[in-house]
Design a protein around this ligand. Structure first.
Ligand code: PD2
Ligand code: ZN
Length: 311
């Protein structure tokens, strides 16, 4: 039997001959054989499309109903088998930074400053903090960032490099870790808030959104199935938490959204929102975005936390 020739039916109890043409009177009792099913799989694996497979079966004398039934049953079985062998593996959870909220804490002692808890959600872990930065710190951060602002790039996990992205229409810049005394002070405060080493933080990023600018919903972790991710992870492992610090009050719009839990955090100057994700997977519900600014502008500073020292 050549690859293009389906096996003929030879086991049917009616004793009908191997090559049954469609035009011949239908004989009762013809049924698909394991050999026919194997042949269908082999043809599909060579890339032959379903229509051609069906025609070859009809040409070999298989009754139309039997041929169609054999084809559909074989395809659905193959799909079922594939689903069984390729379950989407859930990555193992890892330790994450967290805000200590024992005793229904209202105030947070951050060493040089006392902030307060505005609200929190357990799953996903999200904490909204008031008074994390002073007005003067916000203004100074904006002033220091201003001369270096450029169209925002995002990390391209396909290559490990950076790319311009339509989903992110803000402008931004990065401070290196500890770059100025103010940056150093804020980083020490963040390490205290989250009980997470300063060294595990990426440099603070400052973003500016003009009216219409937004950051569409995304995950901050790096997608493990993208080819560029392995090289990104060499610099400190995965991102496991994000602290967004609001540096001004946009006149309208610009909230931070968490679509999975239908939450929007208002972008109030000096406030911050922290959220963590213990595995690089959508089941963390850490999907979040920056809603379009409607009027005024929005300034924000972002600190991403890695599993290990960020180099
Ligand atoms: O500006 C925001 O609200 C925002 C939203 C989502 C910032 C980021 N992600 C980020 O910097 O990752
Ligand atoms: Zn983000």
């Amino acid at each position: 039997m050549g690859p293009g020739t389906p096996p003929s039916e030879h086991t049917a109890p009616s004793g009908s001959g191997p090559a049954q043409r469609n035009a011949e009177p239908m004989r009762l009792g013809q049924s698909a054989t394991p050999a026919l099913r194997d042949w269908i799989v082999a043809q599909a694996q060579t890339g032959m499309n379903a229509e051609k497979i069906l025609q070859a079966m009809l040409d070999a004398g298989w009754q139309a109903e039997v041929a169609v039934e054999a084809l559909t049953a074989t395809v659905s079985e193959a799909l079922r088998r594939q689903a069984r062998v390729e379950p989407a593996a859930l990555p193992d959870p890892v330790p994450v930074p967290r805000v200590r909220l024992d005793d229904a804490a209202l105030y947070l002692d951050l060493g040089d400053r006392r902030a307060h808890v505005i609200g929190h959600l357990q799953q996903p872990p999200i904490v909204v903090i008031g008074g994390f930065l002073t007005d003067e710190e916000c203004d100074q951060l904006i002033a220091d960032a201003q001369p270096r602002m450029a169209r925002s790039l995002t990390v391209d996990t396909r290559t490990g490099g950076e790319e311009m992205n339509d989903a992110r229409t803000s402008r931004g810049m990065f401070f290196s870790r500890g770059e100025t005394p103010l940056v150093q002070r804020i980083e020490t405060r963040i390490a205290r808030l989250l009980d997470w080493p300063v060294e595990n933080g990426e440099g603070i990023q400052v973003l500016n959104y003009q009216p219409g600018a937004e950051y569409r919903p995304h995950y901050d972790y790096f997608n493990p199935s993208e080819p560029g991710t392995a090289s990104i992870l060499k610099r400190g492992g995965q991102r496991v938490g994000t602290l967004l610090m609001y540096l001004n009050d946009p006149a309208q719009g610009g909230g931070t959204t968490f679509p999975d839990v239908r939450l929007t955090v208002a972008p109030k100057r000096g406030h911050a929102v922290f959220f963590s994700y213990d595995r690089p997977h959508p089941s963390t519900h850490s999907l979040h975005g920056g809603a379009p600014v409607i009027s005024g502008e929005k300034w924000i500073a972002t600190k991403w936390l890695r599993e290990r020292e960020f180099t």
